[in-house]
Design a protein around this ligand. Structure first.
Ligand code: SF4
Length: 727
């Protein structure tokens, strides 16, 4: 029957609401939901074309298998879902019995529904007994989550999109929101254009976000912490610290005040490679506007000091009392559509649902009671982070991997090391809506997943808003919601008790109950309420008031009730550029592609707008290296070598090169930037430093001549031609 249903975009963390027209089986139209508070009807080109990603030739429609130990060249054979489920459950049982549960790992995704994330996490940590259950949020939001936990006592941003509409100044740090969170950025841009707000952007590239700024600070990658300490230093000198707020609601000021004395404007300008006067201009703008919203994302998170830099952003707001007030607050923008939901269900390897920690015995006991497990069932040791998991596969410690809704063979850093792990697996299950992907090459079993428009479930966006997705289309072939596959395997392994859900609504009810009394309390939410009243923000407790803005009373969920100001010293990046690798490679998204292009690669309009990969380089660097526009180049680090085409423009800082993350091995040999990225990690969040690695750039296969240094890797001779770029 023809009707309109409500859903949410499955790309970025803005979480735009959709109205999807359906004939009961197929989608007949899609538009922005004018009543959804994330977008009020607007959509960017990706969201507007989302329906075109459903019925495509690259959909995985049936379960497929190839024999254990098969090579990547061996063909998959279609099997019945029951056969795939029996095979996966039998193989997992053999591995668990022979090697223990920690020989099994799960790698989940911020593109799964909250319900699926919850079930997979419960199956791993509660049923099987392995804490090696991590997610691609480790690559994305782990540093932001840790910084909010350490500074404020809880994950989840204090501010809301409504604060962006009220702010009179914006500070974007490591965030190209114009391309990566376009609809949210539109709200800020509207105020900037009307003269109602000022804007400072901190980014090594003059991105579209930076183009809109009153001051752009083109910092060297990895120096945000120095800049933020310097901003607080100058605000202190100018008497802009809110001493009453600091005394009443924070602790740690004395230590922080001492540390920031060393971050003078002159030193900060030197560390960051920026103009001192521009830095002071930015500081003045921030000092003069109380209603400040600071947005940060991957440029901060994906560095070895990502957590510390997040702390420094929050310091800035706490020390000036600009938090918990209309139009003011630190606001970490989420990369994926449901990374916030994933963090709520505890889908990283150190977490449990309701912002609980595996390392906390009380938290484990609470979840054992909630899941009806005997005391002591949940392992006391946090599982490995994503990079460590793949390292453990390479050594044979982890023997089975179940990947759901993500593509680690393209998106993980230092791909040569990731492939070494994948190749050693005895069992690799890949559950995805698309085939092939770079990761399916290593799979023994493929399980076809429904996409979000084909199922019921929830996503939680950047501003903690939970949106219910109604089903708009029938999944093709044997495709099913992610939670269904996990539950079937759990049942076949004897874990049917507690894993026999009949609906996504039932799963959500169980999850929501686990949040009662926790900082992310959403225990009063349930699917029918979301359908009736529309998307809601947490906290949404049973006996309290839902909150659009957190910490309005200055009370924080810490042992003392006060927020913590952290004195964090800036450190030079571990692999700083030098003689062998003189440039810094930074990576990121472009507006019209998404992650590894499993979806956007199928949309002609998007491919026309952002057609191909490239390496962005300043013309002065190219001239110095004897390189020219559109030339095919090798981008080599000590980890590996990527290959792509040069795109020269002066919007990037000299000494820095940029490569988008979207084009990978299926596009062309060594096409992925992650052939060269580093797996060095922030020691607190374990988030890899995808934003900064030292590289050299040389004419393809001619390292000695294109760069200033000797080429110590053998040059490739046989190459798959990469499609010639069209800009
Ligand atoms: Fe989707 Fe993000 Fe675009 Fe909104 S801004 S339509 S959530 S990709």
């Amino acid at each position: 029957m023809a009707r309109d249903v409500k859903s949410v975009c499955s790309y970025c963390g803005v979480g735009c609401g959709l109205i999807v027209s359906t004939d009961g089986q197929r989608i007949t139209g899609l538009r922005g939901d004018p009543r959804h508070p994330a977008n009020f009807g607007k959509l960017c080109p990706k969201g507007a074309t989302l329906a075109q990603t459903i019925d495509v030739t690259t959909r995985l429609r049936h379960a497929m298998m190839r024999s254990p130990g098969a090579t990547a060249a061996e063909r998959f054979l279609r099997v019945a879902p029951s056969e795939a489920i029996a095979h996966v459950s039998a193989e997992l049982r053999l591995i668990v019995d022979a090697h223990g549960p920690s020989a099994v790992a799960f790698y989940l995704s911020g593109q799964m529904t909250t319900e699926a994330q919850y079930v997979a996490n419960k199956f791993a940590k509660g049923c099987l007994g392995t804490n090696h259950c991590d997610s691609n949020s480790r690559l994305c939001m782990s540093a932001a989550a840790n910084s909010m936990n350490l500074s404020l006592g809880s994950d989840g941003p204090p501010a809301s999109y409504a604060d962006i509409d009220l702010a009179d100044a914006y500070l974007f740090v490591g965030s190209n929101a114009a391309d990566c969170h376009p609809i949210t950025f539109t709200r800020a841009k509207t105020r900037i254009d009307k003269g109602k707000a000022k804007c400072v952007v901190v980014d090594p590239r003059r991105t579209p976000t930076a183009e809109a700024a009153h001051v752009h600070l083109p910092v060297r990658p990895g120096t945000d912490l120095a800049l933020l300490n310097g901003l607080l230093h100058i605000l202190t000198v100018w008497g802009k610290i809110d001493r009453a707020y600091v005394d009443a609601h924070t602790e740690g000021w004395a230590e922080l005040e001492q540390l920031i004395q060393g971050y003078t404007p002159t030193r900060v300008a030197e560390i960051c490679g920026i103009d001192r006067e521009q830095f002071l201009k930015a500081a003045k703008l921030i000092a003069d506007h109380d209603k400040l919203v600071t947005c940060w994302t991957m440029g901060v998170n994906q560095t070895v000091q990502g957590t510390f830099a997040g702390n420094a952003i929050i310091n800035l707001h706490l020390a000036t009392g600009r938090i918990g007030k209309p139009g003011a607050g630190p606001f970490s923008l989420t990369g994926q559509p449901n990374a916030m939901g994933g963090r709520d269900v505890g889908y990283m390897s150190h977490q449990l649902p309701g912002q609980r920690l595996i390392a906390n015995p009380d938290h484990r006991a609470q979840m054992e009671r909630a899941w009806g497990l005997p005391a002591g069932t949940i392992g006391a040791t946090p599982g490995y982070d994503a990079v460590r998991m793949f390292e453990a596969m390479a050594t044979g410690e982890i023997k089975a991997l179940w990947v759901i809704g993500t593509n680690p063979a393209a998106s993980m850093p230092n791909l040569p090391a990731i492939r070494a792990g994948l190749e050693k697996l005895k069992l690799c299950v890949v559950q995805d809506a698309y085939f092939p992907t770079e990761t399916t090459r290593y799979a023994h079993v493929l399980l076809p997943a429904a996409v979000n428009l084909e199922q019921i479930g929830t996503f939680t966006n950047s501003e903690r808003r939970v949106t219910l997705m109604e089903q708009a289309a029938t999944p093709p072939g044997d495709a099913k919601p992610d939670w269904w596959w996990v539950q079937q395997v759990a049942g076949a392994m004897g874990y049917a008790r507690g894993m026999s859900y009949t609906s996504a609504a039932q799963i959500f009810d169980e999850f929501a109950r686990t949040t009662a009394g926790r900082p992310n309390d959403q225990s009063a939410l349930y699917h029918p309420l979301l359908k009736e009243r529309g998307p809601q923000q947490w906290p949404y407790p049973a006996m309290g008031k839902p909150a659009e803005r957190r910490y309005v009373d200055g009370v924080f969920p810490t042992p003392t009730g006060k927020a913590r100001l952290w004195a964090r010293e800036w450190l030079e990046m571990a692999d700083a550029p030098g003689r062998r690798f003189p440039l810094i490679l930074t990576t990121g998204r472009v507006l019209n592609q998404w992650h590894t292009r499993t979806k956007t690669g199928a949309v002609p309009a998007l491919n026309k707008l952002d057609p191909c990969p490239y390496l962005q380089m300043h013309p002065d660097d190219a001239e110095r290296l004897g390189l020219h526009d559109r030339q095919q180049v090798d981008v080599a680090s000590k980890f590996g070598t990527a290959s792509t085409f040069l795109k020269l423009d002066d919007t990037i800082t000299r000494g820095v090169v940029f490569m988008p993350i979207h084009w990978n091995e299926l596009w062309g040999h060594a096409a992925s930037c992650n052939e060269a990225t580093t797996d060095a990690r922030d020691p607190i969040s374990k988030q890899p430093s995808l934003k900064a690695v030292a590289v050299r750039v040389t004419a393809v296969g001619r390292g000695e001549q294109g760069g200033a240094v000797a080429h110590d890797e053998p040059a490739e001779t046989a190459r798959t031609p990469i499609p010639v770029p069209v800009y």
